[in-house]
Design a protein around this ligand. Sequence first.
Ligand code: NAI
Length: 351
Amino acid sequence: MGVFDNTDWDAHESVCFAADAATGLRAVIALHSTALGPAGGGVRFRPYASSEDALSDALRLSRAMTAKMALAGLPFGGGKAVIIGDPRADKTAALLEAFGRVVEGFGGRYICGEDVGTTPQDMAIINRATRHVAGLPETSGDTAPATAHGVFQAMRAAVRRKLGREDFAGLRVAVQGLGSVGYRLCVHLADHGAILTVADVNDEAVARAVAALDATAVPSDRILAVDADVLAPCALGGVLDAASLAMLRAPVICGAANNQLADGGCAAILAARGILFVPDFLANAGGVISATGPFLGVGEAETERKVAAIFETCDRLLALAERDSITPSDAAERLVAEALKAKRPVGSMAA
Ligand code: NAI
């Protein structure tokens, strides 16, 4: 299959295949769009089964980054790099430096950062060969608080539109995953009077939420089917598939997990069932807003303002979906397309 025939191809600006025999580097860097600024996106290091799989991942993830950046109001386009290999066995300083030289070749059109299989320390090594790196050890902080705050803001907008409620007092929220983001989201929700039902495969995490936040625990395989007002998937991607869609009972879904929909058809099925699904790349954008702050030289107050603005962007997106009877995912695509055409990120928060 050729690059242009790949089903994940979406008029990407450029795709670079890079190899370095001396270090064993084999990488694909996809720049989906630089209309709003340099393409930003992490470096994923994975033992892909084939170069076609690596290409598909780079194409798909870079496209998603364009949407995420535009909706977050950030002056970045969308890009993604994938390095083919097992990060535990194949990741060497020489390979990362060779990768850095490839990034340098883009002359600033691609800014890389950490992703699955890479760390801030790896970014420091890549930084020896290029300055076009975000997420270095000295600047990279914990993004989970901003992510949790952003999910809460998106949830506020969704709850208002779908349930006609301005507050969370007595609202029943089911949270899947009590890790860095999920637990912090629970704290926001409990502070605002929500009644929590939670699940995690880690018993300690569950015990903490039960003790500190008065949450009710259910087994992990029951959380998606809980009778709640809102479901917040904050654990894994792909949780909303044909089997789980049939058991959902919450009228609103808004959570942090990346790529919650197992495939493109799920958005329409959710809409047909009257379930409002907030696209995850908008709800969890607090992470990228906070991660890019140091690179942009933006202070904490401005970062917080941008995270809080996820409420307005989500409200606008849901209003558009309602007005034109389209899914929130389609509304997101439309807002992003308009932003790219106008060369301005969505919302009034463009830097
Ligand atoms: P984490 O690794 O700290 O927490 C994930 C939690 O989910 C863990 O407590 C784990 O035990 C639990 N879990 C795993 N499988 C489960 C299952 N089957 N049922 C219930 N619980 C399960 O990860 P973190 O940072 O909290 O991220 C959560 C999600 O949000 C991930 O999908 C991540 O990609 C996404 N995300 C995180 C961002 C961040 O700033 N940390 C930014 C954007 C997205």
